[in-house]
Design a protein around this ligand. Sequence first.
Ligand SMILES: NC(=O)c1ccc[n+]([C@@H]2O[C@H](COP(=O)([O-])OP(=O)(O)OC[C@H]3O[C@@H](n4cnc5c(N)ncnc54)[C@H](OP(=O)(O)O)[C@@H]3O)[C@@H](O)[C@H]2O)c1
Ligand SMILES: CC(C)CCC[C@@H](C)[C@H]1CC[C@H]2C3=C(CC[C@]12C)[C@@]1(C)CC[C@H](O)C(C)(C)[C@@H]1CC3
Length: 595
Amino acid sequence: MPGIRFQSGDMVMGRWPGSSLFYEVKVLSYDAKIQLYTVIYKDGTELELREADMKKPTGFKPSRRSRSRSPSRRRSRSRSPARTTRRSSSRTTSGTFATETPAARKEPKMKEVLEIRLSPVPDHVSNHVYLQKPAEAEQENKVLESRYNLRRRKDDGDAKPAEQTEDKEKEAEQKPAAATASITTDLEFGGRLGVSCMMLFLPVAVLGLMVVCSQEDASLMSPPPLPALDSLLDPHVFGMVVLWFLFQALLYVLPVGKVVEGIPLKNGEWLKYRMNTLHAFVLTVAALGAAVHQGVDLRYIHSHFLQLAVSSLLFSVLLSVYLYVRSRWAPQDQLAPGGNSGSVIYDFFMGNELNPRIKGIDLKYFCELRPGLIGWLVINAAMALAEMKLHSLDYPSPAMILVNCFHLFYVLDAYWHEEAVLGYMDVTHAGFGFMLVFGDLMWVPFTFSLQSYYLVHHPNHLSLPWIVGIVTLNVIGFCIFRKANSQKNAFRRNPSDPTLSHLKTIPTATGKSLLVSGLWGLVRHPNYLGDLIMALAWSLPCGFTHILPYFYVIYLTTLLVHREARDEAQCRRKYGSAWDDYCREVRYRIIPRVY
Ligand SMILES: NC(=O)c1ccc[n+]([C@@H]2O[C@H](COP(=O)([O-])OP(=O)(O)OC[C@H]3O[C@@H](n4cnc5c(N)ncnc54)[C@H](OP(=O)(O)O)[C@@H]3O)[C@@H](O)[C@H]2O)c1
Ligand SMILES: CC(C)CCC[C@@H](C)[C@H]1CC[C@H]2C3=C(CC[C@]12C)[C@@]1(C)CC[C@H](O)C(C)(C)[C@@H]1CC3
């Protein structure tokens, strides 16, 4: 690399982005176009740095300290009442996520090695200290390095130092994202073209499916034309959609339910969340019950199903525009790892901001669990009433009851385990943009309820053995889904949990371990397997005449296969060869011996 200050292979001191801390890094390459060096930190993190953030090691002296706290466990100032920062104590409010890494408790030796390797050199003493490793730690380090590839995911927030100087913090707060964020080049979903197609195709697909579902022959081969848009966009219905959203938002801010902290953010802070989805659900049922008592006819939902879907789509677009605009001004440390590609269309679709909030309402978390999921159940109930009316029944058909009960049970389970949702990929990593907004507000309520909508127009008689078989299948799927999720959550919360002591684990260089026995030893995503089995059980009550009720199974399979691939890539970057070991030990991804 002629004509530049540092050469590949040089060991220099590199500033940790956004902080005043310097670490020893190795220069890997230099990109003259963007004038950035790619460097690798000793913990395996690869980052791109400007020359101004790098110093020659001369002037850094060995430290008398032999160890220091790892950067991810340092303290930073709290900025807003909703954001808290804490030392490396474990969580007290809920205990959902321990702040110490699992291995920190279980594998003390490894933790020590990692801490030493991550020891920073603060800026104000940058001419004075350069941390030294004890000989045995160095030795152990070598063993670890030979066993595991220590490369850390570039966008992984886990190990980033939380310490920021006040100046830096203010700077980050003031600079709009667009001005400071690094550009994401790794585009998902086929990049700009892919997401543009998805944005056009997905809404039309939802409306198309709904129209076909209401036809007697429900044939995908001869779909009826979509009704004219102006007949579908009813201001009255749109007003109801907005009211529904506001009503759910009101329930969100009710001061009932405990407040817990989510997983740590990039800047070392914790966001607070109020756990009151169950309360919101019960209050919604009570409000709807009262409305029905007052003469409101829930079958309105059935007769205005398409109009409701179109209004939800319009609402989703408006909300996404708002989110995109505000994300342009969000501080960089509040952006999602994959956001900010520089392409308006891509960023609009994927979302830039990780946890956009309005007056304490976390929009992403709110949308993921409330208006859409509760809306889905209300639609199901309306379909049961419509079926009774259309076929002059005293009760809904057994098929309709099964579908309603399965869906209700699934949502209530999510609410019962609400804290766990704070750790799911979408909440921790995904930006909040059109994909999730549309997914939560239109896709979930209007495609997940297709089975009950279908049954209104296509009754299906179920014999008792079929009912028993379908219920059994759902119970099996649910047990796998629940046990797998609970086991992983419990393990992440407390790896030394005595109830999990019988399970085998593989340590990883990040300090976290991976479960390799029990359900997590059967396939690498047992929770997906359970979800898919349940999905099948939800479709079977609709019989075998049409493929439409199986749409949910097809969607979920596609989504989970894609999600699994994304997660796999992330875990490989995060855990290096430990992940490869896991894959060798547990060969199948979702379905044992098949996939
Ligand atoms: N109904 C729907 O439309 C729908 C759609 C999507 C997902 N879901 C459901 O949502 C739930 C959450 O799904 P998710 O996609 O967020 O994935 P997930 O399986 O809950 O989380 C994946 C993460 O778990 C950790 N992990 C993976 N293997 C592990 C092991 N062997 N031991 C310990 N930890 C391990 C890794 O993170 P760390 O190591 O960093 O902890 C990995 O990134 C699933 O039950 C899924 O079925 C439903
Ligand atoms: C536009 C679409 C093609 C993609 C849409 C994606 C979202 C609708 C889903 C992504 C993650 C999903 C999810 C649930 C609902 C649907 C999603 C938001 C979920 C809240 C359903 C209840 C479950 O118990 C759950 C909490 C595990 C689940 C979490 C993931």
